[in-house]
Design a binder for this molecule. Structure first.
Ligand code: KG4
Ligand code: ZN
Length: 364
């Protein structure tokens, strides 16, 4: 079955063609990074307008790259939520229009679930992946940090979640504090390369035996470290050409230990994530430990989990799987994959379904 996936949950406009939920035929992403950069984060109104401008050419490019025409497409999958309502509306209305005019099944997809299904996609001629259940998933994105037990397709149980900032959000806020720009995760990973995390030990919130996470204290601890180096900014005057006061990166003295602080911050976030993910997989007898979401692109996270699993006794070792780097952050291939498995469970929708900016993965 050939599915066209459409993803417009935030600031990326994406369309992809995937066969049988696994085989990637095309994957087109238009990013709005430059549009939001002056503001230090995503501005929802600008994001929705950008989606509207990009959606038609992106879908056309996904068909062209797959060397397919509309008659080849068997179904359309689209992100329903969670995300920014204005952005989601563009994708959902486009998907409804296409499904109606082409008379094809339409399947709404939960954005979080689609991140998990990035683990099913085989890229560039690799073997087809079929992660074994039960699986424990560490889902770490800009808006979510969750540990989830997946017993089968569509069978999700929440084990833990963040009590405050998401892991990606922590990276973004930490990078902003360090003057490293947006998105913060890749910027901190880069800056941390030359740094020694041991020079500035930052706190870890273990939260006892729970599978929950907390990152807001870490952000405050980083703020305390950088404050002494900060040079007070001049007064900010709004520009008549811009709708908002643009984000001014903080200015620091040259002796700010940027690499060490970035490394210490990354280490503090990743150590808790990796340790809890491995322990949760063992505690729930998982056959597979899956990574998902934008932060799954982080090399230290992948390395720490790999090391944590290697250290386990062989009979309790889950198989560790993670998506290719370009399928960790938002894309539509994962939407098409999740749509395929959703359709097999009868998740086809009528025309009445709407975007749901706060859609959750499981009810508990
Ligand atoms: O999944 P995603 O593309 O969008 C959401 O659904 O939120 O995740 C974006 C998040 C951002 O917070 C970004 O800083 C983070 O993923 N991220 C990373 C890395 N690449 C992206 N965080 C840590 N290390 C990375 N290499
Ligand atoms: Zn996402």
């Amino acid at each position: 079955m050939i599915i066209l996936g459409i993803e417009t949950s935030c600031d990326e406009t994406a369309a992809a063609v995937v066969v049988d939920g696994r085989e990637l035929r095309s994957n087109v992403i238009a990013s709005q990074l430059e549009l939001h950069a002056p503001y230090g984060g995503v501005v929802p109104e600008l994001a929705a307008r950008g989606q509207l401008q990009a959606i038609v050419p992106v879908i056309q490019a996904a068909l062209d790259d797959a060397v397919m025409s509309w008659s080849d497409i068997d179904a359309i999958a689209v992100t329903q939520g969670p995300g920014l309502a204005g952005s989601l509306l563009v994708g959902v209305n486009m998907a409804k229009t296409l499904a109606y005019t082409l008379d094809k099944p339409l399947v709404p997809v939960n954005h979080l679930e689609s991140h998990i299904y990035a683990n099913w996609i085989s890229n560039r001629g690799e073997r087809w992946k079929r992660p074994a259940f039960p699986a424990v998933v560490l889902l770490v994105s800009g808006g979510h940090t969750e540990l989830i037990l997946v017993r089968d397709h569509g069978d999700y149980t929440h084990l833990g979640r963040t009590l405050d900032d998401a892991a990606g959000e922590a990276f973004d806020k930490g990078a902003r504090l360090l003057g490293l720009g947006y998105p913060g995760g890749p910027a901190i990973q880069r800056a941390a390369q030359e740094g020694n995390p041991a020079n500035y030990p930052l706190p870890r919130a273990w939260l006892g035996d729970s599978w929950d996470f907390s990152f807001s204290g870490l952000k405050t601890a980083l703020l305390r470290q950088v404050e002494p180096y900060r040079i007070p900014a001049e007064r900010i005057v709004p520009s008549p050409d811009l709708p908002f006061v643009p984000h001014r990166p903080p200015v620091y003295r040259d002796d700010l230990p940027l690499a060490d602080l970035a490394a210490a911050f990354q280490d503090a976030v990743i150590e808790v994530l990796a340790s809890k993910a491995v322990r949760a997989a063992v505690a729930h007898d998982a056959r597979t430990l899956l990574l998902a979401g934008g932060v799954a692109a982080n090399a230290l996270l992948r390395g720490r989990i790999t090391a944590g699993i290697e250290a386990l006794a062989s009979e309790t070792k889950p198989v560790f799987e993670f998506p290719p780097i370009d399928l960790c952050t938002d894309n539509a291939a994962m939407v098409a994959a999740a749509g395929y498995f959703g359709l097999r469970r009868g998740m086809q929708a009528g025309w009445e379904f709407d975007v749901d900016a706060r859609l959750s993965l499981v009810g508990n």
